[in-house]
Design a binder for this molecule. Structure first.
Ligand code: NCD
Length: 333
């Protein structure tokens, strides 16, 4: 089961800048779906150790010394791209980043050929963000490198899912059972929501979703969550809320009457947040559209863990990259 998305195999005997590309059976992180709870816990534990090191201003470890990582980002990204780059630096890797602009994809080369060019230069790990769901799986099947999914279309964003779990594990004092989160907004187009739901289900927390009917997938209950008719119902007694960005780039025209209407009916505001438990936290994966999905006062309130989420992103990505490279998520030297 677990092998569907995170495949394990022995590390190559020889690693480093000149390591031969020895095997097509590499470790990949393609999604949280199918990942065992124990694997998730091991990654979160490793991330917590990296976080301690990063807080102390130190190198996370030299787990990636001699490894080369290529960040291939074919969609806009600020926090995900930067935090992968910082994680790679903190682990001592050689790394490069490129996107569609300025590359041979614009001259008609296929995605696979472009990345074959990259891996022929002895790249060990490819971190990929792509607008097409399934692009990381396709590359994992066809490249001789580990592949980490940094967001594929509307499918999954597993490192975001892990950083969300890490943030909630802190807020909930280590226990997911008996806790409930409300996820609000554009569920249909959100890979963040999908990875969060899969991860939270594996950890034993429950999820209530709500949002406009036009932005709700038809089979949403199949994802193991409840659907609330209003945001007020969803937030009542919840232990956390996650507001999602309206993914306008993925919407057909006409799915939403207006941003103002959305803010009025589905926006996370102070009045609605009061319905949650007193110690409940407010999350948003970013980028935030202040005044639409979330009001500025709530985004900056003491309950908001939005910037903890981004900080945790580096630690989680250290754990994932170390696992892909060495088979040991917590390869802290
Ligand atoms: C998200 C993404 O790109 O999937 N951002 C992120 O990585 N934190 C969410 C979004 O763009 O709305």
């Amino acid at each position: 089961m677990e092998h569907a998305t995170m495949t394990a195999c022995p590390a190559p005997a020889e690693v480093g800048i000149f390591s031969p590309a020895t095997s097509t059976r590499r470790r990949h992180l393609l999604g949280l779906e199918g990942l065992m709870r124990d694997r998730i816990v091991a990654l979160l534990d490793a991330a917590a150790r990296y976080r301690e090191r990063l807080r102390a201003g130190r190198f996370a470890s030299d787990a990636l010394r001699g490894f080369a990582v290529c960040n291939a980002f074919f969609e806009d990204s600020t926090r995900t791209r930067i935090s992968f780059e910082l994680a790679e630096q903190r682990l001592g890797a050689f790394h490069v980043t490129f996107g569609e602009a300025g590359t041979s994809l614009n001259k008609g080369e296929t995605l696979l050929d472009t990345l074959r060019v990259v891996t022929s230069m002895r790249v060990d790990i490819v971190v990929i963000r792509h607008r097409s769901a399934g692009a990381p799986h396709y590359l994992a099947n066809n490249l001789d490198a580990s592949v980490v999914n940094a967001g594929d279309g509307e499918h999954e964003h597993p490192t975001q899912g892990l950083l969300d779990l890490m943030t909630l594990r802190d807020a909930w004092h280590g226990r997911f059972e008996g806790r409930r989160i409300a996820i609000v907004g554009d569920i249909a187009h959100s890979r963040v929501a999908r990875s969060a739901m899969v991860g939270l289900e594996a950890m034993g927390a429950s999820v209530t979703v709500c949002g406009p009917a036009t932005l709700m997938p038809a089979d949403v209950e199949a994802l193991g969550c409840d659907v609330a008719p209003t945001i007020e119902d969803a937030l009542e007694g919840a232990d956390a809320v996650m507001a999602l960005r309206l993914q306008r780039e993925r919407m057909e025209r006409g799915l939403l009457p207006s941003s103002g209407e959305y803010a009025r009916v589905w926006g996370v505001n102070a009045r609605r947040v009061k319905r949650m438990k007193p110690d409940a936290v407010v999350m948003h994966p970013g980028p935030m559209n202040r005044g639409i999905e979330i009001t500025p006062d709530v985004a900056d309130d003491g309950r908001s863990v939005v910037f903890d989420q981004t900080a945790n992103g580096i630690a989680v990505r250290c754990a994932v990259l170390a696992w892909c490279a060495t088979g040991d998520a917590g390869a802290v030297a």
